[in-house]
Design a protein around this ligand. Structure first.
Ligand code: NAD
Length: 433
């Protein structure tokens, strides 16, 4: 099929490259000319495992191209995906301006029947708004489909190629059949393609993210209660994980969730529920708990060093909101590092992939370490904020030698407390004695 993807970000680029991989002819469009120039030079603007080789292979085979010219891409496509951002508006709602602008631009360029697919995360009822926006600018026939994306950053290619399920919200059979055909190569191992009404499809994405965010905030609160009783959240976690109704995933306490999705999607569902006169009390708390959890490491540091950190240097391992991505949107590292700076500390930070993005955020306010051990030179303590694999088995002797004091505040529980103490470190983690 001939496909256009509008918006070549974390989602659009992965979606475009994966559809090209199954033999489709894909044009990825973005209004960011610098991004498109970069892609046309063979450079990938984001870090995502496996993406670079997928993009290179498919551009070489001429199945994947990049342009800023939306009309050309629309004219030659049968299916057009909208994968632009839906950032959080000031009142917590999902800001649909980019989605609706893309819809209008698509409509103006149409030269025949098109299937317009909303891949961006949008509130229930948006497909009707997209329909109205397109209908207002074209006389050609079209279908609007809602097709929420469930990929995770850090495993986006793998998730897209092997989805747990594909959700399609469609009101007409022609579009539903075409979408089913398009996704067939990705569902050969039996993952279901679930066709439903658009509002249900749109809500699936919010329900999934809100449920996952709820599990995280719930476990973070269990961890805080564990600390008050000298209990071990790891033992509690492993025990409840064996309950088939609960399962083992998403039970890890930490320094709160971040990223471009959970925070904004939780707030959006609260807002659009309120718009329909429903107060979503659980999710209000999930968000509040998460904001407080981002400050837990700072509180632990304050208990150790007092309110002022003047004259102290603190090392930070991990800046991205999670491992295997360079994305720092809503990353807990941001309020943590800002809190350290406000209290007068000097910060030496390291992340395997997020350093260029961190430099744009913190400018000259912190020291950017060249490697993990460089972040430890002369520090009074190390904070572990993101659980990159390379932090799991470091050279402890080398760490101790570099640090002024062997003190670790671990926000991701990556070490065994007894083992790390045996290495001579003073160690504090989340919810463990
Ligand atoms: P992003 O910010 O990385 O990418 C969006 C891109 O769209 C940008 O490059 C921007 O320049 C471009 N754009 C905006 N308006 C445009 C227009 N009118 N024409 C052409 N290009 C335009 O965002 P993202 O992380 O890829 O997220 C996109 C959507 O997918 C959001 O709704 C998000 O909630 C959802 N989503 C994201 C993830 C994720 O892990 N990032 C997962 C599932 C769903």
């Amino acid at each position: 099929m001939r496909i256009a993807v509008i918006g070549t970000g974390y989602v659009g680029l992965v979606v475009g490259a994966c559809f090209a991989e199954t033999g489709n002819d894909v044009t990825c469009v973005d209004k960011d000319a610098a991004k498109i120039r970069m892609l046309n030079r063979g450079k990938i603007p984001i870090y995502e495992p496996g993406l670079q080789e997928l993009v290179h292979r498919n551009t070489e085979e001429k199945r994947l191209t990049f342009t800023t010219q939306l009309p050309d891409a629309v004219k030659r496509a049968e299916v057009i995906f909208i994968a632009v951002g839906t950032p959080m508006g000031e009142d917590g709602s999902a800001d649909l301006q980019h989605v609706l602008a893309a819809a209008r631009d698509i409509a103006k360029a149409m030269n025949g029947y098109k299937v317009i697919v909303d891949k961006s995360t949008v509130p229930a009822g948006t497909s009707e708004k997209v329909h109205a926006a397109v209908a207002g600018s074209t006389t050609h026939a079209f279908s609007v489909v809602s097709n929420p994306e469930f990929l995770k950053q850090g495993a986006a290619v793998e998730d897209f190629l092997k989805p747990d399920r594909v959700v399609i919200g469609a009101t007409d059979q022609r579009a539903a059949d075409l979408m089913t055909e398009l996704y067939r190569p990705f569902t050969r191992t039996g993952a279901p393609i679930m066709v439903m009404d658009p509002a249900s499809a749109e809500l699936c994405k919010y329900a999934a993210n809100a449920m996952l965010a709820t599990r995280i905030s719930f476990m973070n609160e269990i961890a805080l209660v564990c600390e008050r009783f000298g209990a071990d959240v790891d033992k509690v976690r492993k025990a409840i994980a064996t309950d088939k109704r609960i399962g083992p995933a998403f039970l890890f306490p930490g320094v709160g969730y971040g990223g471009s999705c959970f925070p904004k999607d939780v707030q959006a569902i609260v807002k659009f529920s309120a718009d329909r006169k429903y107060r979503f009390r659980i999710l209000e708390s999930v968000e509040r708990v998460n904001e407080l959890q981002k400050l837990v490491l700072l509180q632990k540091i304050e208990r150790k060093f007092g309110k002022s950190l003047k004259g102290r240097t603190i090392g930070v391992w991990g800046l991205a909101f999670k491992p295997r991505t360079d994305d720092m949107r809503e990353a807990p590292a941001v309020p943590i590092i800002n809190g350290l700076i406000e209290r007068g500390a000097k910060v030496r930070a390291f992340d395997p992939e997020a350093m260029p993005i961190a430099k744009r955020i913190f400018k000259n306010k912190i020291h950017y370490a060249r490697h993990a051990y460089d972040a430890l030179t002369g520090v009074d303590a190390l904070l572990i904020v993101t659980e990159w694999n390379e932090f799991r088995e470091p050279d402890f002797a080398k760490m101790k030698k570099a640090m002024k004091a062997p003190l670790i505040f671990d926000g991701r529980n990556i070490y065994d407390p007894a083992a790390i103490r045996a290495q001579g470190f003073t160690y504090s983690s989340i919810g463990r004695p």
